[in-house]
Design a protein around this ligand. Structure first.
Ligand SMILES: Cc1ncc(COP(=O)(O)O)c(C=O)c1O
Length: 450
């Protein structure tokens, strides 16, 4: 069974003949701007495994970039979607009420760790759309025009979220951009400015928020501060909890809403159902939580959750959309959450993360190209450098590593401002044998390149 299988490359080279034919058709029919670095054409997926159209089997540690925490085609999720498909696909929520939307909103209100007792939730189709909606909600509630985002942030590719996203390669030639978005420094502790004493580092990053208040927008004009609890595209950089607590205090002091972008960190990825559960335990829960990706195991869906008085400040007509909260997606999400809770996938994430981190730390000891190992639960990053002293980023090594690993049947992806981080986003339903096989392939690939 593919679900339990180990990686196996059967064709002499990659892509195999059937995959090569589809990839050639892709090149002819689809803009090359929609890039793909992998010679893989999927025929089916189960758990953490992909079988391609030539019968090659890959262990997928990218999981659709964090979409498949529950794995490909979880049988119970497939059943829930089929059962819903037999009844109706679409029920636009401004026209008819469908119970799946209501039940999912109720469930999220009961588990999402935002501040407040009474909460409300609504849905969109993608992470970017959800972030746009969260900003709209924050502006409606605070009646303020500006937001603060961070260096290294990724929030999406729509006009607003492209402007919120730090890396300008994602927005090349797309200006003019919306006004009122200001950027402070995210605590990327591995790349602190030279000479910054350890005990000063958090103050240094907090001062950059004060600088925004002084030089760009007064705090009373700021509706929200938007932050990823663990930056994804930015290089798998966790936000230190003491910094988050300070951020919470700044928000409280100035009546600013704290928005957690949990598009990539949500749904058990970091060892809790949401990374903001760690914040809540420190008394620093966000005001609005945005999530997407793994919420519905690959059926497009995203969610925005906040306490009732914040949500109720939004004027009618400002939020919503044709497909938002699609019935198939809601059915999938309800089953995903049920399975995650029942099967303790947050604990499994912590366990997978523990095993992988141990091995990654050994790689760091043995191979000087591994500069840093970091993350939370099953969301880990390995930062590659030329050497540990200079910490100069080594994106060339990472690009080669991605290709070497896929030739051996392991799919991994790069991330980071400098493209020099390997991200670990393996499905949490991966078996122990698959995890061990993947770790061996990763090490063998590093060795082969050295
Ligand atoms: C933290 C974060 N926010 C937003 C997005 C955008 O999500 P989408 O691609 O679904 O629009 C992503 C996607 O990678 C993300 O990682």
């Amino acid at each position: 069974m593919l679900r339990q299988a180990l990686p196996e490359i059967k064709t002499e080279s990659l892509p195999g003949p059937n995959a090569a034919a589809v990839i050639a058709r892709r090149s002819a029919a689809i803009p090359s701007a929609i890039r793909c670095a992998y010679p893989v054409v999927i025929a089916r997926g189960e758990g953490a495994m992909i079988e391609d159209v030539d019968g090659n089997r890959f262990l997928d540690w990218i999981g659709g970039v964090g979409v498949l925490n529950i794995g490909y085609t979880h049988p119970e999720v497939v059943e829930a979607v089929k059962e819903q498909a037999d009844r109706y696909f679409h029920g636009m929520f401004n026209i008819v009420t469908h119970e799946g939307y209501v039940a999912l909103a109720e469930k999220l209100c009961s588990i999402v760790p935002v501040q407040g007792d009474k909460k409300r939730a609504f849905f969109a189709n993608s992470g970017a759309e959800a972030n746009e909606n969260a900003v709209k909600v924050a502006k409606a509630f605070t009646k303020r025009p500006n937001i603060i985002v961070f260096s290294g942030a990724f929030h999406g590719r729509t006009m607003l979220t492209m402007s919120m996203t730090a890396k300008k390669a994602y927005a090349k030639g797309m200006g003019p951009f919306p006004d009122g978005i200001y950027r402070a420094k995210f605590p990327y502790l591995y790349r602190n400015p030279e000479g910054l004493p350890k005990e000063r580092e958090l103050d240094y990053y907090l001062e950059s928020i004060q600088s925004v208040f002084e030089e760009a927008t007064p705090p009373e004009q700021v509706a929200a501060i938007v932050v990823e609890p663990l930056q994804g595209e930015g290089g798998f950089i966790p936000a230190p909890l003491p910094w988050v607590k300070a951020l919470r205090s700044i928000c409280d002091q100035h009546g600013i809403l704290l928005i957690a972008d949990e598009v990539q960190t949500g749904f058990c990825r970091t060892g809790k159902m949401f990374a903001s559960d760690y914040w809540k335990a420190e008394g620093a829960a966000p005001d609005i939580l945005v999530t997407a990706k793994s919420i519905a195991a690959g059926v497009p869906l995203s969610a925005i959750v906040a306490r009732e008085d914040i949500m109720e400040a939004v004027p009618g007509g400002v939020i919503g959309g044709t497909y938002c909260g699609n019935p198939l997606a809601c059915a999938a999400a309800l089953k995903v959450i049920e399975v995650m809770e029942r099967d303790h996938l947050a604990d499994r994430s912590a366990e997978i993360g523990r095993v992988a981190r141990e091995r990654f730390l050994r790689l760091q000891e043995n191979y000087p190209v591994v500069g840093d190992v970091r993350g939370l639960g099953g969301m880990l990053g390995l930062e590659f450098v030329i050497d540990p002293e200079s910490r100069q980023p080594n994106p060339a090594f990472v690009n080669n590593l991605v290709q070497e690993a896929v030739r051996r049947g392991l799919m991994i992806e790069s991330a980071g401002t400098y493209g020099n981080v390997i991200r670990f986003l393996a499905p949490l339903t991966m078996t122990d044998e698959q995890l061990a096989a993947g770790l061996d392939i990763l090490e063998a690939s590093i060795q082969a390149l050295l």
